[in-house]
Design a binder for this molecule. Structure first.
Ligand SMILES: [Zn+2]
Length: 207
């Protein structure tokens, strides 16, 4: 799909941006997403690498999953149901590049995103108990290592990324309770497809 891009150098150009990717045919895209190179576009005028976000459907036949990627700037519109484009049929939605990366980091670690969003909910509740206020805290899974799941916590302290570890044992315990939690609040809201996320608990996305 042809997209119009305006660089910081004010050069305006059109470029081809995929509106869907099939990882069955282009498996290398998965690594590109994780390493942050997906959707990178080089300005033909000044050479700067730009990272614009456009809606893309990512199909992953290997995982029997499809993810519709929505740009961070469209988060509010997604929550209000006023997206300027139609929501592509997918069993997951990721909003903003970080969430897209997280989906694939979880896949790489063989972890269920539903379970991890519940774990994130517990982490967030704990953080809010200790340090309430109207901070916009975000928690993102980073890796599974040494019998623990690692999370990055953003927005708690300015310009600082906090790190939290959760024992895998806890993750497995939540996993074993998934079926019953599905029907309990607030988990039923968190697990609402296609946007499986603790961000569903926010009354409204940021404008
Ligand atoms: Zn430029």
């Amino acid at each position: 799909m042809k997209r119009q891009i305006v660089c910081f150098c004010e050069h305006s150009f059109t470029t081809d941006v995929p509106d869907s990717v099939d990882l069955g045919k282009e498996p290398e895209v998965e690594q590109a997403i994780i390493s942050g190179e997906f959707l990178n576009i080089r300005c033909p005028n000044c050479g700067k690498v730009l990272k614009p976000e456009f809606p893309v459907l990512i199909e992953d036949p290997q995982a029997e999953n499809s993810i519709f990627f929505i740009p961070e700037l469209d988060r509010g519109q997604y929550f209000r149901g006023t997206l300027a484009y139609s929501l592509r049929e997918a069993n997951r939605v990721a909003i903003g590049y970080e969430e897209l990366v997280e989906k694939f980091l979880l896949k790489r670690s063989n972890l269920d995103d539903r379970v991890m969003e519940i774990v994130k909910y517990y982490l967030l509740s704990r953080i809010m108990e200790e340090d309430s206020g109207d901070k916009e805290v975000r928690i993102l899974f980073s890796k599974a290592e040494g019998e623990s799941a690692w999370f990055n916590v953003l927005g708690l302290k300015e310009n600082e990324v906090g790190i939290l570890k959760v024992p895998m044992e806890t993750v497995h315990k939540v996993e074993s309770q998934l079926e019953e939690k599905k029907h309990q609040e607030p988990f039923s809201d968190i697990l609402k497809t296609p946007y499986v996320s603790i961000n569903n608990l926010l009354t409204e996305g940021p404008d």
